[in-house]
Design a protein around this ligand. Structure first.
Ligand SMILES: Cc1cc2nc3c(=O)[nH]c(=O)nc-3n(C[C@H](O)[C@H](O)[C@H](O)COP(=O)(O)OP(=O)(O)OC[C@H]3O[C@@H](n4cnc5c(N)ncnc54)[C@H](O)[C@@H]3O)c2cc1C
Length: 449
């Protein structure tokens, strides 16, 4: 009788915990379905690299859903991991690392989804033999990815040059690297390690996008094998410390860079040698590695008064602006983030002007936050509006067909950037326009062969 009683009590306790567990599963699944619905609202799926889950192996442990720094890219539905917000994935790949059964691999979006992504081989080569793309321009953000791609791409080029030895040609570099952000720095250092005759060209300053981060920004990164250094294990450090680290290695190495020189054109001759034309020079190289990033050139609107010093395209330190009347133009994440950043500073009056009737595919986090800013009156949003003229102390806007002049101290134009270089991948040739910069500019006169 006692035994039966003990079993009964045990059974009730087990049943109690089972009910709690099943309820929490149900709640988790409801949250996942909700996230999936929202994901549908904000995108048509992954736009670049994203996890691919092999359902045959997924054991439903949910580890992958908890490690992603971007939030709900993955969720558990029906006991399996599924992608619910693919557009949020920027390639951390922590889900793949965390999966205990190896059910997750990182893959690129299909070319139809990744409309403005260049078509690349696994060696990062474009459809033009000898022309490579690494780093963010290839579709994959994050410093660790840029470093890994720069290193691996140059290793492949070195192996190829070894396999097909050609006598050295005077004035012809083995590799010409365009851009000295993390991808270009990593590629350059690997070229030194491989004893290649290389040259790096940078239009601006060394460090790329990182050099443009706000002061003391905390940079999140992952352990990565850094050429000429070894394992770089820091997970977070300030922008200044990261730049100082690169500076230290570049000073130690014989870094062959031309800064302040912008690459304007690249042509491939019948001898299969590339001619790289910059603002001040011409160089010849057997291979070219484009590490241009995706920051591109700021998009100018062609509006009267746009050359006034108060009209800017890049916002580095929002806290430098207080008690000002500010207009931000654009409807994407960068415009919304700039408006919210400026509106959070003391005494600023921020207006956000966007030509469409609603924001264009912005991150869910931004969509929620901007609503709060609008509700609290911190940001005034004018949809269906366009700037007509920027004046020293005001701005004329056309709002729903009517012109209105508003007092103004500063303007930030945060529309889609154009990548001056274009993608040069051959898709331009196929389509007759450049899909990388979306400027629909016609194919250049002398396409790369
Ligand atoms: C605000 C912000 C915060 C971020 N925070 C993080 C973070 O915490 N952790 C993280 O891992 N990633 C972060 N990222 C992303 C990371 O900065 C990028 O993924 C990375 O810098 C890409 O490296 P890249 O070398 O491909 O390109 P970039 O860093 O953009 O470098 C490209 C270089 O090419 C040069 N260039 C372009 N065109 C030409 C030309 N025609 N001729 C000569 N030179 C040219 C540019 O001047 C630039 O120096 C952040 C990005 C932003 C915008």
């Amino acid at each position: 009788m006692d035994t039966l009683f003990t079993f009964g009590i045990g059974g009730i306790i087990c049943f109690f915990f089972l009910v709690i567990y099943l309820r929490s599963l149900k709640k988790r699944e409801a949250r996942a379905l909700d996230a999936a619905e929202k994901g549908k609202l904000y995108s048509h799926g992954p736009q670049a690299q994203h996890p691919h889950i092999d359902n045959n192996y997924c054991i439903g442990c949910a580890t992958c859903t908890s490690v992603c720094p971007e939030g709900d890219v993955l969720a558990m539905i029906g006991g399996k991991a599924v992608i619910v917000n693919g557009h949020k994935c920027i390639g951390h790949a922590l889900c793949a690392d965390a999966c205990p059964v190896g059910a997750i691999t990182m893959v690129m979006a299909s070319p139809s989804m990744a409309r403005d992504m260049p078509q690349l081989t696994p060696e990062h080569e474009t459809t033009i033999p000898g022309l490579f793309i690494i780093g963010e321009l290839g579709g994959l953000a994050l410093i660790k990815n840029a470093v890994n791609q720069g290193r691996d791409c140059v290793d492949n080029i070195a192996a190829r040059l070894k396999e097909q030895p050609i006598p050295p040609m005077p004035g012809v570099h083995d590799i010409l690297i365009v851009g000295a952000g993390p991808a270009g720095i990593s590629a350059s250092l690997r070229a030194i390690e491989n004893k290649l005759n290389y040259l790096t060209i940078e239009r601006d300053e060394i460090g790329g996008t990182v050099a443009k981060y706000p002061r003391q920004k905390l940079v999140m990164t992952s352990p990565v094998e850094f050429p000429m250094y070894g394992k770089f294990k820091k997970m977070q450090l300030s922008k200044e410390n990261l730049l100082a680290f690169w500076d230290m290695i570049l000073n130690r190495a014989d870094f062959n860079v031309c800064t302040g020189e912008k690459v304007d054109d690249i042509q491939k001759g019948p001898d299969r040698i590339f001619t790289v034309i910059t603002t001040t020079n011409q160089y010849r190289a057997r291979t070219v590695v484009l590490a241009l990033g995706r920051a591109g050139e700021p998009r100018k609107l062609g509006v009267k008064g746009e050359d006034l010093p108060k009209v800017m395209y890049r916002l580095i330190e929002a806290d430098h602006y207080i008690n000002k009347k500010i207009l931000v133009i654009g409807g994407g994440d960068s415009a919304v983030e700039a408006a919210m950043g400026l509106a959070s500073q003391k005494g600023n009056q921020v207006t956000l002007s966007y030509r469409s009737e609603r924001f264009s595919r912005i991150k869910e986090r931004n969509a929620t936050r901007i609503q709060e800013f609008i509700k609290s009156g911190k940001v005034r949003v004018l949809f269906n509006s366009n700037p007509v003229e920027f004046k020293p102390e005001s701005v004329i806007l056309e709002v729903a067909g009517q012109q209105q002049e508003i007092p103004n101290d500063f303007v930030w134009i945060r529309c889609h950037a154009r990548n001056q270089q274009g993608c040069q991948t051959g898709r331009c040739r196929a389509q007759g326009t450049c899909p990388s910069c979306r400027c629909a500019r016609p194919l250049r006169q002398q396409p790369i062969r």
